[in-house]
Design a protein around this ligand. Sequence first.
Ligand SMILES: [Mg+2]
Length: 157
Amino acid sequence: MIEIDVPGTGEKLTLEHLVLDFNGTLAVDGRIKPGVADLLRQLAERLQVHIVTAGTFGGVEEEVAGIPCVLKVLQGADQTGQKARYVEKLGAGRTACVGNGRNDRAMLEKARLGILVIQEEGAAAESLRAADVVCGDIESALLLLLRPLRLTATLRT
Ligand SMILES: [Mg+2]
């Protein structure tokens, strides 16, 4: 669990789950980005990590093999809704999400903390509007959770 106070708002974030999109978020061209697995292993000591993906490039299982996480490969239509329902089932109020695509919009909106990353694939503008925080890259996003004072500085009013 990670607890984060947000000064000026009276808010306290109590996070138990971290839900991440794969392509464009953890991976580029289907391959996990350097350094990301290590950061996720550190976060997995405090949060339950979930990777939710359409598996567009295939081979997701091999890529995440060394990461302690729940891997959810989505099938069929309405992946926006499937991702959002996955977060609701975990308890959106104690979940942080990280994503970049249009189909991440609803989960970013519902989650207690929604982080959008831009990186090589870019990010969907409507998902950007649904997020609480926007990061240039996944390393910065994961470090917000590992070093929550950074997040406090961004969210305080
Ligand atoms: Mg994506």
